[in-house]
Design a protein around this ligand. Structure first.
Ligand SMILES: C[S@@+](CC[C@H](N)C(=O)[O-])C[C@H]1O[C@@H](n2cnc3c(N)ncnc32)[C@H](O)[C@@H]1O
Length: 273
């Protein structure tokens, strides 16, 4: 039975008619994340309890209560039902992630991008992941793409899981984790590809990404949240930054997901030569 039908059947007479129930959830390991309509929020615990019975894999249920905020991008979720322990193991495209989705972002909307990083990277490439978190992009690039990855993360708690995930996937000889601010600790004249998996003013970090590339250039994947009317301006900033480092650039822009009303998460794939 579809999830929505299941909820409607089980909650009939329990919550008022007309409340717009969720039609799905994002499952990360044993944790189901629900994005509830405002009118559902007062019934979150009841919806959570029923959700636990829908799928044997679900042991904990949380709801999204606000946007992911701050420099360390902590998601805003509230636990509503099941096991309090939300540290879990999630397997995606052959990569295992130890993650607590209530503390670290693991967006369902970024799944295709994570998988893509395991495919665009070529064997033997050197890759810099400037905003590694628990290894969302680094591990795919190292496992699927067989690349050598330098993974920088500023938050010690995320870094700890990054190190655990490298070990879990037997990637110790391919991924080098670094705890620190990517602006200060990135390598220079060293890598063929840079992944910039951050959404706030990511273009401010472009100079550091360009410093990290080898002198022949390479590729940069710059993620950024923008309204669509700022795309041309940002493409101009990218071109200028590349040319100030003596590089040419070819930019191709793709929409990854909706981020907030009228703001989208885009990825700028920049071919730097
Ligand atoms: C939104 S998360 C994204 C994680 C992953 N790249 C992805 O896209 O799924 C951004 C991560 O960058 C880290 N971060 C923010 N500023 C940083 C900096 N200056 N240097 C290194 N890491 C940073 C945060 O702590 C957080 O773990």
């Amino acid at each position: 039975m579809q999830y929505l039908e299941f909820l409607k059947t089980r909650l009939c007479g329990v919550i008022p008619e007309g409340v717009k129930l969720p039609s799905g959830f994002h499952l990360i390991g044993h944790v189901a994340i629900l994005n509830l309509n405002q009118d559902c929020v007062p019934f979150a615990d009841k919806i959570g309890q029923v959700t636990l019975e829908y799928d044997y894999r679900i042991k904990s249920v949380a709801i999204k209560t606000g946007p992911t905020e701050g420099r360390v991008r902590r998601p805003d979720f509230a636990f509503v039902a099941g096991e309090l322990n939300t540290l879990t193991t999630h397997i995606e495209g052959g990569v295992s992630f130890r993650i607590d989705p209530l503390r670290f972002t693991f967006s369902g909307g970024n799944r295709a991008e994570r998988i893509r990083m395991g495919k665009v990277v070529k064997s033997g490439e050197r890759v810099l992941d400037m905003f590694a978190c628990v290894g969302q992009f680094s591990l795919h690039a190292a496992k699927g793409g067989k690349a050598e990855v330098i993974a920088i993360e500023i938050n010690p708690e995320a870094y700890e899981l990054l190190v655990e995930n490298i070990r879990l996937n037997n990637l110790n000889n391919r991924v080098n984790p670094i705890l620190g601010d990517c602006r200060d600790v990135h390598p220079t004249d060293s890598v063929n590809r840079v992944i910039m998996g951050y959404l706030l003013d990511t273009d401010d970090y472009l100079n550091h990404a360009l410093e990290a590339l080898v002198s022949e250039g390479g590729s940069i994947h710059m993620h950024i949240a923008l309204p669509s009317n700022k795309l041309d301006r940002t493409a101009g900033i990218v071109e200028e930054a590349c040319s100030s480092h003596g590089f040419t650039s070819q930019v191709s822009i793709s929409k990854v997901k909706m981020y907030a009303p009228r703001i989208y998460h885009y990825v700028f794939d920049i071919l730097v030569g």
